[in-house]
Ligand binder design. Structure first.
Ligand code: KIV
Ligand code: ZN
Length: 388
C-alpha cells in the first residue's frame, strides 16, 4: 500500500500552555513557533484568541511570523470566538479555525447544560460560520473518549456536511486504552457515510500515561493527524509527546503505512527551547529528548554498542538532534568502554599492566562517585603510571 502522510498538529502553544505554570509571552511563543516551523510540523495551534487580549495578540503575531506551517486558532462554538479566531488569523499564509464542543453525557448535562440536539445545532452553526472565514476548519468533539458512539456518528456527519475538513476525536481526560481507542476510530470511519471527506485526527491526554499509545493505536486504525506537544506538555498530565509519536512512526515503518514530514534533527533543539522558555525541565530518562535517552552505563551494553550500535540502540541520537550517543563511565562500566574513552581523549597507556592498574583505580573511584568525568580519567592514568 502507498505510504500516506501523517499530519503532525502541534498544540504546545495552546494546550501545552495550559500546563499550570507554563505560560509564555508573545515573543516566546513566536520563538517556539519558529522552532516548530523549522521542524516542519504541518499545523501549529497558536492559541485561543477569545480567551484574552494577550492570547489574541500572540496568535496574530505567530500568524504573521510563520509561513511554512498552517497556523490554527481555537474557538468554542460561540460566534464571538469564531470571529476572534478568524481575525487573529487574518495575516496567516495558511490558517485553520478549530472549533469544539463537548459531546459526552457528563459534559453536556453538567457543564454545557444543553440537550444533544442543541449541541449538534451549535456545532453545525459554528462550523458553517468558520467556513465563511476560512477554508480549513477543524471540528473537535470534546471528551469523545467518553461519548456515545451513535451520537458521535451523528454530530460528526453533520459537522462534515457543514464544511469541517478535519474531525478531531479527543480523549480529553485520558480515560481510554489503546485497543478500545483504536476501535473507536475504526468504527467511526466505517460507520459515518461521509467520513472520507475529512481527515480524522486524535488528541490524547496522558492521565493514565497512555497518550502516545492511544494516538498510535488510532493511527493504526486510520487517523491521519495526531495532535501532540513538545515534551508532552499540556493540561494536567499533558498531551501525547510529539517526539515520541514522530519517532515511533519513523522507527517502526514496518507497522505503520504512513510517515510524517517532520525534520527529526530539530526535535532536541526544539525540546530544549521549550524547556528553557517554560522552565519545565525534561526528566533524564524521558524517551528521545531526555539526556539519558542515548546514554549507556552498563559494561555489557557499552561493550555491545562499541561493537555494533544496534545491539542496544533502535534510533540514532544524531537523527533526533543530539550530537552523539554517550558512554557514561560509572561503576557498571567495563574495560572496553574505559579504554575507548581514553583513546577518544588521546590519553596513551604504555602497557596492559598500566591499563589494568588504571581500570582498578577507576572501579574504586566509581564506587564513590556517580559519574566519572574526563578530568578524573586523566588523573587516574597519571597516578597509575606513577604507581608502576
Ligand atoms: O482535550 C481536549 O479535548 C481539547 C480540545 C479543545 C481539543 O484540548
Ligand atoms: Zn486537550
Amino acid at each position: 500500500m502507498a505510504e500516506q502522510h501523517l499530519k503532525i498538529f502541534d498544540t504546545t502553544l495552546r494546550d501545552g500552555e495550559q500546563s499550570p505554570g507554563a505560560s509564555m509571552t508573545r515573543e516566546e511563543k513566536v520563538r517556539i513557533a519558529k522552532g516548530l516551523e523549522r521542524m516542519r510540523v504541518d499545523v501549529l495551534e497558536a492559541g485561543f484568541p477569545a480567551a484574552s487580549r494577550g492570547d489574541f495578540d500572540s496568535v496574530r503575531a505567530v500568524a504573521e511570523a510563520v509561513r511554512e506551517s498552517r497556523v490554527c486558532a481555537l474557538a468554542r462554538t460561540r460566534e464571538a470566538d469564531i470571529h476572534a479566531a478568524g481575525e487573529a488569523l487574518a495575516e496567516a499564509e495558511a490558517g485553520r479555525i478549530h472549533t469544539f464542543i463537548a459531546t459526552s453525557p457528563i459534559h453536556m448535562q453538567n457543564k454545557l447544560q444543553m440537550s444533544p440536539e442543541e449541541v449538534v445545532d451549535a456545532a453545525v452553526r459554528a462550523v458553517g460560520l468558520a467556513r465563511q472565514l476560512c477554508d480549513d476548519v477543524e471540528f473537535s468533539a470534546e471528551d469523545a473518549g467518553r461519548s456515545d458512539g451513535e451520537f458521535l456518528c451523528r454530530i460528526i456527519e453533520a459537522a462534515i456536511d457543514a464544511g469541517a475538513t478535519t474531525i478531531n476525536i479527543p480523549d480529553t481526560v485520558g480515560y481510554n486504552v489503546p485497543e478500545q481507542f483504536g476501535g473507536l476510530i475504526r468504527s467511526l470511519r466505517e460507520r459515518i457515510p461521509n467520513a472520507d471527506k475529512a481527515v480524522f485526527s486524535v488528541h490524547c491526554h496522558n492521565d493514565l500515561g497512555l497518550a502516545v499509545a492511544n494516538s498510535l493505536a488510532a493511527v493504526h486504525a486510520g487517523a491521519r493527524q495526531v495532535e501532540c506537544t513538545v515534551n508532552g506538555l499540556g493540561e494536567r498530565a499533558g498531551n501525547a509527546a510529539l517526539e515520541e509519536v514522530v519517532m515511533a512512526v519513523r522507527t517502526r515503518q514496518d507497522v505503520f503505512d504512513c510517515q510524517t514530514r517532520v525534520n527529526t534533527r530539530e526535535i532536541v533543539p526544539t525540546s530544549k527551547l521549550v524547556a528553557n522558555i517554560t522552565g519545565f525541565h525534561v526528566q533524564p530518562n524521558k524517551a528521545i529528548v531526555g539526556v539519558n535517552a542515548f546514554a549507556h552505563e552498563s559494561g555489557i551494553h557499552q561493550d555491545g554498542v562499541l561493537k555494533h550500535r544496534e545491539t542496544y540502540e533502535i534510533m540514532r541520537a544524531e537523527d533526533v538532534g543530539w550530537h552523539t550517543n554517550r558512554m557514561v563511565l560509572g561503576k557498571h562500566s567495563g574495560r572496553n568502554a574505559f579504554r575507548s574513552r581514553l583513546e577518544e581523549l588521546d590519553i596513551h597507556i604504555d602497557s596492559e599492566e598500566q591499563l589494568n592498574e588504571a581500570f582498578a583505580r577507576f572501579k574504586t573511584l566509581a564506587d564513590k562517585k556517580h559519574e566519572i568525568f574526563d578530568e578524573d580519567l586523566q588523573a587516574l592514568v597519571t597516578e597509575a603510571g606513577a604507581a608502576l
